[in-house]
Design a protein around this ligand. Structure first.
Ligand code: MCN
Ligand code: CUN
Length: 795
């Protein structure tokens, strides 16, 4: 039967201090709840100046001239800098994480509305903003390319004429799978269903916008940069390479971060401007963008125009999936993904099903929109992949007249097939899909829901039940084939146990709200028996943590979590040798019981890990060959990604009069392998499901014909609140990862990946009486209304 079991939290006491895995309140929360969090905007340095950025009001234009004289004369202004001035220092352009280049400040042209054109540094924020108004830019406005479908038209204006020899808006082509084999399977299939599916452009919209404080000390030659970054070490290396400051003279500090969701992975022009400004003025400089700047100019997500095709037998055996994707990358390819994966991990569009063949062909284009591509809890484009496969499977169920749950159950990869190599070459480490699906159906009362739906349909009421089943690939990644700009995707970890048995663990990953200060202490506690309360977690400071690639793609637990467990085991191994000396027995005669070594057969004789820590640092001899101290460091290179999975069931009601969708119930069963802190996992899932409601029903960054961004404020870009979401019903199964030292898989993005298709499938199911097979997100009342009238508006 199902593998549902809550890890028995035997180490609980009433103070919620487990020794190891289990529910435990977050150690970081007292700081946040009492207003003691320290965010970038809280950093105040003596003599600090403030930077504001002038942004392009138009989407595409040649810059004819910029007059900064009035701004320079404005009170309190210390400097006004344009692209031309940066160009003199060779700093007008910077590399993106995808081997493209992006303008720090525009020199020749502006290429999207909101692009950085100039900046002002002044005594305070207001003086800086006032002076922006005095900069006079003459633009020669050009036709913009707004619709990706028009980007490759022969008469489309060329956006990236900065790239040598570029005569069109083509960004890259990519394919995966076997085209011929897939075509052969399609040719002999009984049933083929195809559907155009758009995953619209959305924005991560974290509560805290992006910003930085740069402090360059000309005497030391050292740059200190506090910035909103999910990847401090990778950023430091890139700053060193771009700005020519030696890497050991750069300290990147990511203090408390008010939500990242992928928005804080890229390097933004604002960070570079702050660095330049501090070097130029000799003073610390703060740049903090406002809400509109965040929405119009920083890393967006999705923007995939997909055609999905699925081939099956008449009795519901899925044979193959084929897809053709047009990817809109905006004006610069700012996608963050391992170099070998220009489309991220979209290759897992084969989903959780045992297929005979699969093929994807993708074309990516430049448009006059903000750069980005990988962001918003995307698991490197698995959001798009899961949406595609789970939507197209529902279309197939509709065509076959089959129940969508039954169709999925019939086609799952079976437990004995793991490790399972997909038709696009991904090796799923472990999975047991049917129990997860059955548990979700049982929790939802699936059969009863279908009966309720039938009764309601008979009365003209619109109720829908939507299912999505996902498999993710998280934990990038094995350095043999995964790197970001040449930096291998491994993670360091360092653990020191102090003489009194308290410890500090230093991580290369960075938390934006996921609770790492708690869960990483728990991982170490589980291995070494020191309570989590006695273990401090240090992260987000390149001077004080080992190198690693940072937090995104839910990689912290799969990669750094493994590093933390292994480093703790290394320390425990040393502790065991010291303990054998203390107890005067051989190492083989010792038993480890969480927190203490005991002599086998003589349990009265034991030493605690704290006793050992004191001995390791104290007077007296240590066993031969053992150095003093109790600490270790490792760098963990994962052998594979981890593949969490989940089954989501959504129930919606659609008002037939207003076309308003209400998510009435949502059941989410997640399997992320061994669970470290179930409470934190639930929090991650709740947040991700809320994201899903936003994307499925409300959120979209849209543009008008002139390339004006229509989602530039939270009045227009709607994000969900507690009012729009139901009480989430969560469950779990546990299928450990075979290669991860504690069997854990990532979970941070699972719910954002899995929930949009469940919600859309539910809405489409509700609209079945109108013959609707598909409708594109966001399913706002007007879109649902149009779909009901058989008149979907072009997205
Ligand atoms: N966890 C656990 N047991 C597991 C897996 C995870 O207890 N088997 C815990 C971890 O210890 C960690 C949290 O769950 O505290 C998330 O872990 P993981 O899945 O490893 O993801 P990351 O820590 O790498 O977080 C990144 C992920 C991403 S990529 C986005 S985007 C996102 C997300 O996390 N951004 C977030 N969740 C977020 N949550 C908050 N509050 N804020 C963000 O910006
Ligand atoms: Cu894709 S958003 Mo998260 O990986 O930081």
């Amino acid at each position: 039967m199902t593998s549902v079991h809550e890890r028995v939290d035997t180490f609980h006491d009433n103070d919620q201090k487990p020794v190891g895995h289990g529910r435990m309140l977050r150690k970081e929360d007292p700081r946040f709840l009492r207003g003691r969090g320290r965010y970038v905007d809280d950093i105040q340095l003596p003599g600090m100046l403030h930077l504001a950025i002038l942004r392009s009001p138009v989407a595409h234009a040649r810059i004819v001239g910029i007059d900064t004289s009035a701004a320079e004369a404005s009170p309190g202004v210390a400097a006004v800098v344009t692209g031309a001035m940066l160009a003199e220092q060779g700093l007008a352009w910077m590399p993106t994480l995808s081997n493209d280049v992006q303008a720090v400040l525009a020199t020749d042209k502006v290429r999207f509305q909101g692009q950085e054109v100039a900046f002002v540094v002044a005594e305070n924020r207001y003086a800086a903003r006032d002076a922006l108004e005095l900069i006079d830019v003459e633009y020669d406005v050009l036709d913009p390319v707004v619709d990706a479908r028009r980007a490759l038209a022969p008469d489309a204006p060329v956006i990236r004429d900065d790239l040598e020899g570029k005569t069109n808006n083509h960004c890259f082509d990519w394919e995966t799978g076997d085209e011929a084999a897939t075509a052969a399977v399609f040719a002999r299939a009984d049933v083929v269903v195809s559907q155009d599916i758009v995953y619209p452009r959305v924005h991560p919209a974290p509560m805290e916008t992006c910003g930085a404080v740069a402090d360059f000390d000309p005497v030391e030659g050292k740059l200190r940069l506090w910035s909103t970054t999910q990847a401090p070490h990778a950023h430091r290396t890139l700053y060193a390479l771009v700005a020519g400051i030696p890497e050991h003279k750069i300290q990147v500090i990511s203090p408390d971060i008010g939500g990242g969701f992928g928005n804080k992975v890229p390097i933004y022009p604002g960070y570079v401007c702050a660095i330049v400004a501090s070097i130029v003025t000799g003073k610390p400089v703060k740049w903090m963008e406002d809400r509109s700047e965040n929405l119009v100019s920083t890393g967006f997500a999705r923007d995939y125009i997909m055609r999905g095709e699925i081939a099956a037998t008449r009795d519901g055996r899925i044979l193959a999936i084929r897809t053709n994707v047009l990817a809109d990358h905006g004006a610069f390819n700012g996608t963050a993904a391992p170099v070998k994966y220009p489309a991220g991990f979209f290759g897992v569009f084969t989903g959780s099903y045992d297929l005979e063949a699969a093929y994807c062909k993708m074309t990516a284009v430049y448009t006059n929109k903000a750069p980005g591509g990988v962001a918003y809890a995307c698991s490197f484009r698995i959001t798009e992949a899961v949406y595609l496969v789970e939507r197209i499977v529902d279309c197939l169920a509709d065509e076959l007249g089959m129940d969508p749950a039954e169709l999925r159950l019939k086609n799952f990869i079976r437990p004995e097939q793991f490790p399972y190599t997909t038709k696009t070459g991904w090796v799923y480490d472990s999975g047991n899909y049917e129990p997860t699906m059955r548990l979700a159906m049982q929790m939802a009362g699936y059969d009863e829901l279908r009966r309720e739906q039938a009764a309601k349909r008979a009365r003209g009421e619109l109720m829908g039940i939507g299912i999505a089943f996902f498999t993710e690939a998280v934990g990038a990644g094995p350095r043999k084939d995964m790197d970001i700009l040449g930096l291998g995707m491994a993670d360091g970890c360092e653990l020191r146990v102090h003489p009194t048995g308290k410890a500090v663990v230093r991580l290369s990953v960075q938390s934006q709200g996921q609770g790492h200060e708690t869960t990483f202490a728990q991982i170490v506690a589980e291995e070494i028996g020191i309570p989590p309360a006695d273990i401090d977690v240090v992260h987000g400071d390149t001077d004080n943590t080992p190198f690693g690639l940072g937090t995104y793609g839910s990689r912290s637990t799969p990669v750094s979590g493994a590093a933390a467990a292994l480093v703790a085991r290394k320390v425990r191994d040393k502790a065991r040798i010291i303990a054998s000396g203390m107890l005067e027995v051989s190492v083989a005669d010792l038993e480890w019981e969480k927190g203490a070594f005991r002599v086998k057969g003589d349990p009265g004789r034991s030493v605690t890990i704290q006793d050992v820590a004191m001995r390791a640092h104290g007077a007296g001899d240590l066993p031969e060959g053992v150095e003093g101290g109790l600490e270790a460091q490792i760098c963990y290179n994962p052998s594979n990604l981890t593949y969490p999975h989940g089954a989501y069931i959504c129930v919606v009601d659609v008002d037939p009069g207003t076309a308003q969708v209400t998510v009435r119930r949502f059941v989410a069963v997640d399997d992320c392998g061994t669970r470290i802190n179930p409470m934190i996992i639930e929090g991650q899932v709740h947040g991700g499901l809320t994201d899903g409601v936003g994307m499925a029903l409300m959120e979209m960054i849209a543009f008008d014909e002139d390339g004006n961004c229509l989602g530039a404020s939270l009045m227009d870009y709607l994000i969900p609140t507690a009012l729009e979401v139901p009480d989430w019903e969560t469950g779990f199964t546990v299928t450990p990862s075979p290669h991860h030292p504690i069997g854990a898989k990532g979970v941070g993005e699972s719910a954002t990946v899995g929930s949009p298709p469940a919600i859309v499938n539910a809405v489409v199911d509700a609209l079945k009486p109108f013959g609707v097979r598909h409708a594109d997100m966001p399913l706002t009342p007007s879109r649902v209304w149009d779909a009901m009238r058989g008149n979907p508006r072009p997205p």
